[in-house]
Design a protein around this ligand. Structure first.
Ligand code: DQA
Length: 158
C-alpha cells in the first residue's frame, strides 16, 4: 500500500496549548488521527512525524525522495512551522530530493505579521494550503493524492 508522509516542524508538538486563538485547540495527536482517516479514504498508509530540528526534517525529506522513487511513498505534506520563513536548507532539500511536497499552514500566514508572508518552501511546493485550520492537512493529503495519480498510473478523478 502506498504511504503519505506528513511532516511537522518546530513547535507543532505544542498544538492544542500553543496560541489556541491562532492554531486552535486540537492537539497534534488529533491531527494525526484526522490524517490517518483521510489517508485511509484514499487507500494510503500514513507516516506522521514532528521534529523541532531542521536537520532531522531535511533527513526525512531526503529519505522521502528515495521512497517516492522506489514507489512506496506518494510524497510529503509539510508544515515547516517557522522554518518556512527562514530555511533555504529545507528549500534545497525539496529540490534535491525531487519529492512532491504540499506546504500547509494552519493559520493564514498572509493575514499575520509581515515576516510570515515570505516562504522559502512555496516556490518549490507542488501546492499550498493556508488558513483552513487543521483541516488544511486533510485538504493537503487529498491534493497530493490527486496531483500524483498520473505518476502512479491511476485514472484521474472526475
Ligand atoms: C505555521 C505558521 C508559521 O508562521 C508559524 O511559525 C508556525 C505555524 C502555521 O501552521 O500556521 O509555527 O506554519
Amino acid at each position: 500500500m502506498a504511504t503519505v508522509l506528513v511532516l511537522n516542524g518546530p513547535n507543532l508538538n505544542l498544538l492544542g496549548t500553543r496560541e489556541p486563538g491562532i492554531y486552535g485547540v486540537q492537539t497534534l495527536a488529533d491531527v494525526e488521527r484526522m490524517c490517518k482517516d483521510t489517508a485511509g479514504e484514499f487507500g494510503l498508509e500514513l507516516d506522521f512525524r514532528q521534529s523541532n530540528h531542521e536537520g532531522e526534517l531535511i533527513d526525512w525529506i531526503q529519505e522521502a525522495g528515495l521512497a517516492v522513487s522506489a514507489g512506496g511513498y506518494i510524497g510529503v505534506v509539510l508544515n515547516p512551522g517557522a522554518l518556512t520563513h527562514t530555511s533555504l536548507a529545507l528549500h534545497d532539500a525539496i529540490t534535491g530530493a525531487q519529492v512532491p511536497v504540499v506546504e500547509v499552514h494552519i493559520s493564514n500566514v498572509h493575514a499575520r505579521e509581515e515576516f510570515r508572508r515570505h516562504s522559502f518552501i512555496s516556490p518549490v511546493a507542488a501546492g499550498i494550503v493556508v488558513g483552513f485550520g487543521v483541516t488544511g492537512y486533510v485538504l493537503a493529503i487529498r491534493g497530493l493524492y490527486e496531483i500524483t495519480r498520473s505518476s502512479r498510473g491511476d485514472a484521474a478523478s472526475a
